[in-house]
Write a protein that binds this ligand. Sequence first.
Ligand SMILES: [Cu+2]
Length: 136
Amino acid sequence: MPGEVKLMKNRMLLTLLSLIFIVVFLFISCGKTAPVTPSPGPPEDVTPGTTPPTKLVAELVIESFTFKPATLTIPVGTTVTWHNKDSVPHTVTSREDIFDGGMSHDDTYTYTFSQSGTFEYYCTVHPFMTAIIIVE
Ligand SMILES: [Cu+2]
């Protein structure tokens, strides 16, 4: 009888050790697989189309009482800069009062065309100075 009890105790101890071993093994396995989980960050940055669009710009000069070029065709969203190279002041004045800017010598005026259309403008100081911006 005592020998049988000892055997049972040994079997119980063996079962308990096996359980502990399984639990420890599972913990180690979990610890190893965890870092493999993909991080959600980087793929979004790689997605095409997220890069900022290049800024649309155009430059005009006012020289010898003339807007150069007299007719300029630009896409919607273009920022136009006029540069007065004359020694006298000029203005860039829209016929429909959409934009109006004055410039002294070597000064600039900037306007962004966010709507399509044909925009005629002139200089209020010298009304014979006219030009057109076509926004498509
Ligand atoms: Cu002028």
